[in-house]
Design a protein around this ligand. Structure first.
Ligand code: AOS
Ligand code: ZN
Ligand code: ZN
Length: 388
């Protein structure tokens, strides 16, 4: 088993980004259940995200979604974030909620709509300039519902053209990170359906274009850890959107549905150097807390990622390599399972003590009185974005 001192040192450096939309009301297409005390604007979302960081110590950045988090002054929003003890992370573009996008955004057959969509992506880079964000996160709902509806190949050409224009607008260490999703809302073809399509576009764009693996965006049974291993080996894994799925893109708390899968993913991250100093892999959450309280939902998710990471770090790499080399199938599997079956909660409690934090973030947040305060102070919380 790897030394726990080394494991704690590695865990200290891991950063998990929470999404602004997790703090607002959200739901399914059937009902959005309003909760008391949810943020009324992006400033309050950042204040709530700061609570997650205050109690976990490893969630110091927050992803924005534009225009859900539209404000007049993004530099002021970034300053507000810093005042709360967090920073603004990735900027997520939104080209899926406008009537114009019924037939697609950057792949729309109408050049006027394509221009409008690309202009929004460029505007997001302007926002990144103001907030100091590194990552422009792109997810396209683009696709078709019926065979023959549009030219599959032409849509790839349009996509490539828009991506190239946006990529050329990046400066400094800014990155374009491209998310794939095999279906929904398009049901016949999706223009970026899988990691291979995202990878091929990113490869053409250049070094600062990387792939985002949203764990909920695969067909059931897909071996996500293989994709992670492959992309890391190619230097093309830009980020995760972590969440859990039972059926489709459920956006439930990461590690809730299949903690073993999360461990297997984190094992490949560790194996592939994705946690090493200077790594460019961003660990983000992309979740919606429809029925559970938002801030504790995020705290639990951050803890679930940490637990899976701790277990992955505990894998005895030497013993594993020796068993693999010897063709010892059961021995190799046992090395992995030993790490997975370790209770890492005491180790994480020790780590938090070292960081000056309470050992149990859930209990500490509950005792803090913050939830009661926001319930009393905030009336008329905002919806996260969908259907708003
Ligand atoms: C959509 O399914 C994707 O996961 C995107 O990351 C999206 O922007 C996010 O989930 C918010 O809806
Ligand atoms: Zn996502
Ligand atoms: Zn999704």
């Amino acid at each position: 088993m790897a030394s726990t001192t080394a494991v704690r040192a590695a865990l200290r450096t891991q950063r998990i980004e929470t999404p602004s939309w997790a703090y607002g009301n959200s739901g399914t297409r059937f009902k959005v259940f309003a909760q008391q005390g949810v943020p009324r604007d992006p400033f309050e979302k950042l204040a709530d995200a700061a609570q997650v960081h205050a109690f976990t110590g490893v969630a110091p950045s927050v992803s924005l979604h534009i225009p859900w988090d539209k404000v007049d002054d993004y530099a002021a929003l970034a300053k507000h974030a810093r005042d709360q003890g967090v920073v603004i992370g990735a900027v997520n573009a939104n080209v899926f909620q406008d009537d114009d996008y019924m037939l697609g955004s950057v792949t729309n057959p109408d050049p006027r709509v394509r221009r409008k969509a690309t202009d929004h992506l460029l505007e997001c880079v302007d926002i990144m300039d103001a907030t100091g964000s590194r990552d422009l996160k792109l997810w396209f709902s683009d696709g078709t519902n019926y065979p023959g509806q549009d030219d599959i190949r032409a849509r790839q050409d349009r996509l490539a053209e828009a991506l190239a224009e946006v990529y050329a607008r990046l400066t400094g260490d800014q990155r374009l990170i491209l998310e794939y999703k095999f279906f929904e809302p398009a049901f016949y073809t999706t223009d970026v359906p899988d990691w291979g399509t995202a990878y091929a576009h990113c490869l053409k764009l250049g070094d600062r274009a990387k792939v985002v693996v949203d764990t909920g965006h695969h067909a059931p049974g897909t071996n996500i850890e293989f994709i992670v291993a492959f992309l890391l080996r190619e230097g093309k894994l830009g980020a995760f959107d972590f969440n859990s799925r039972f059926y489709a893109d459920d956006d439930l708390m990461v590690g809730a549905a299949d903690p073993f899968q999360l461990f297997r993913i984190m094992h490949e991250v560790v194996r592939g150097g994705g946690l090493d100093a200077g790594t460019e892999v961003a660990f983000m959450l992309d979740q919606c807390h429809n029925i559970e309280p938002k801030i504790p939902g995020q705290i639990r998710s951050v803890m679930n990622v940490q637990e899976a990471t701790a277990k992955a770090l505990l894998v005895d790499a030497e013993a594993l390599a020796a068993a693999q080399q010897a063709g010892d199938v059961l021995g190799a599997n046992a090395v992995l399972m030993d790490a997975y079956n370790t209770d890492v909660r005491p180790l994480l409690a020790e780590l938090r003590a070292e960081l000056g934090l309470a050992p149990d973030p859930m209990a500490a947040y509950a005792a803090s009185g913050y939830a009661e305060r926001i319930k009393a102070e905030r009336v008329g919380g905002a919806q996260a974005g969908w259907g708003a």
